[in-house]
Design a protein around this ligand. Sequence first.
Ligand code: HEM
Length: 456
Amino acid sequence: MRHPSYTGVLLAFLGLALSLHNLLSIFLIMVPITVALLHRMNVEEQALLRALGERYTSYMARTKRLCHFCIDRPVYGGAAPHWRAASRCARVWPMECPFNQEREPQYYGDYLGIDRLLELQKPLSLREGKLIAHDEMLFIIVHQAYELWFKQIRHELEACGEVLSKPAADDDGPDMNVVVHRLKRIVEIWKLLNHQVDVLETMTPLDFLEFRELLHGASGFQSKQFRQIEAALGLRMENRFRPEYYKHTELGGFNKSDFEQVSEFEKAPSLLQMVERWLARAPFFDQSFWSEWEEAQNGAGAAERPAFWSRYRELFAGSLSERDDRADLLGKFDDIFFGQGWGDFSAAALRSALFIMLYRDEPLFRLPFALLNALIEIDEQLATFRYRHLQMVRRMIGTRVGTGGSSGEQYLQGAVNKNYVFKELAGVITFLIERRNLPALPDRLHKALRFSWAEA
Ligand code: HEM
């Protein structure tokens, strides 16, 4: 039975009523007590249903309320809501109706935690129920909206990391498709975030000055999630502009717990590292694909590098204009693709990236190309955010120092120029040549890059 204590209470009152040997007192004692307890049970059961859902529904189905022999019918027709929904369904749609499932229905506001969410805007200029600086509400809401979207971006990056950290992700199948899909979503979110600057810019500098002094010590510098996104993408500390500015726990820097969390986060493998590994292990430079090509080229340059790349270097040199710095670019070509690599990318990884970009129309390269493109686009959107944010800052505070203690405009301009994550990947584009001049691929490789059913 589900309410043994109420059964006990009812029995105790029944004993009292019987001891009075009077029908009227039995009626006067038992009726109000029973009605009150049944109401109470109903309230409790609704709450339990909301909290426990199906587990409590099945418990209700197995047990009686007050005793094994009682008729178990809730008062006010107050059956659990899904029972009502189920019977409605059974009448109208006997099959495949979502209401037929024994599931606790949700309520919009509860599911989304709207009341709690709307409690979270606490302007500092709110005094005795009056918001002194009207635009502080906008300032808070825009920042909170950013943080919510940052959470979604982190969620997507985490999912991409799970796939890419597998020892052998399915390169041309669902695995990579999912990664590309999620990265494209991140691009769209950044576009939205960049557009949000327009909304905040409806606040004038004078409106901002009404509450700016209250923010002393607080700054976007301290956005833990922003730093986590930068780190998850692969922006290393030493590659940033003036990292010492924000990576501290003095006034304007992180609090201790955020500092530790960000530092911990920076140790995990980044998207850049995973992509680098994935590119470096690409199998399309296996000697088996290239032997016929090497023979046709009479083994030209075979000692130094595969014949394909020697030929490609010539074609690249031929594609340069008179105004290009030939020696510099060819030197870079050798360094980047056959020397030490570039930034955090090895030469092998960058060769693969270049090859994928060149032969992107081959069916099996479409996903890898979409992946590289999405990474470059994320970087571009992030840079757009930095730039839009810088312009907004100029407009709001001119060249004054930031509330986080940096030089403000100057610092932000430095970050715009320097804090790119995939700039070397984007830099590969410098070494592309016209599609019409591309060497034809060896037959074996060409076939391997088609979907297998195309050969049938
Ligand atoms: C009135 C609007 C804003 C002003 C005047 C402003 C000002 C500044 C300034 C001066 C800095 C440099 C650090 C400092 O010394 O404080 C900064 C950094 C930053 N702000 Fe804002 N900000 C505004 C709105 C926003 C919004 C809406 C966001 C969205 C989350 C944001 C995110 C950031 C981030 C992430 C940084 C660190 C940038 C980096 O280190 O690359 N800011 N902000």
